[in-house]
Design a protein around this ligand. Structure first.
Ligand code: DX5
Ligand code: ZN
Length: 220
């Protein structure tokens, strides 16, 4: 399994000291939860903080845009060259064009679905995307509980992308108790907020989460 660390669940004022300590052999991506206070209730941060994060770590960035008008916001991240830029299927009627624009600008394109949005909403996008980000909580806050039905949706998404190189990422409510089921259902990249940043040792928490699923990796 791979881990994408959601810094939303940290004290943002301590990123200077925290980010350089994160071990890139344990934490595969830094997950940037961009919230506009419109699509989701809260405003978090935007491209300015993302730029600072990039300067503080070698770990590639995984940008998750929870914003209305993604056409306007997406280009702001091109100069930062994150590994992934992910927009929400619910926020655009022009997903094909947006995904193509992301790819043309040197990033991988992701599309995210809220728990209430069916997988059929993105079937037409499969040839244009590199990643599906399944929300397993309603977006907006860290520290919420994994939704019922989340495992089933992960399994169905895995079936939908069988034979393709699309990465299946889950986001929301990951814990040491459900990580085995989540990976067993077919997710390969997990966003971890509170599970990673609880306590003072994120690297140890990452090692533990990955250790719990190492027996599954061998089977895949
Ligand atoms: C929720 C965000 C998530 C969140 C994850 O809207 O997209 O990335 O920060 O945090 P946990 O792992 O605590 O649910
Ligand atoms: Zn997120």
């Amino acid at each position: 399994m791979k881990l994408s660390a959601s810094i939303l669940a940290t004290r943002l004022s301590s990123l200077d000291s925290l980010l350089p300590t994160l071990d890139p052999t344990l934490i595969d991506y830094i997950h940037m939860d961009i919230m506009d206070g419109n699509y989701v209730p809260q405003i978090s941060f935007g491209e300015a903080l993302t730029k600072e994060v990039k300067e503080l770590t070698q770990i590639p960035l995984d940008v998750h845009l929870m914003v209305k008008n993604p056409e306007q916001e997406v280009p702001k991240y091109f100069p930062l060259q994150p590994a992934y830029i992910t927009f929400h299927a619910e926020t655009t009627n022009f997903g094909v064009r947006l995904a193509e624009e992301i790819r043309k600008n040197g990033c991988k394109a992701g599309v995210s679905l809220n728990p209430g949005t069916p997988l059929t909403a993105i079937e037409h996008l499969l040839p244009y995307i590199d990643l599906i980000l399944l929300m397993t909580v309603d977006p907006g806050f860290y520290g919420q509980s994994f939704v019922r039905g989340g495992l089933d949706k992960i399994q169905k998404a895995r079936e939908m992308i069988l034979g393709s190189s699309i990465v299946l990422e889950m986001d929301g409510g990951l814990t040491e108790s459900n990580v085995v089921d989540i990976i067993g259902s077919g997710a390969e990249l997990c966003v971890a907020g509170s599970a990673l940043f609880k306590g003072a040792h994120p690297n140890e928490n990452a090692r533990k989460l990955k250790g719990l699923t190492s027996h599954l990796q061998k089977k895949i």
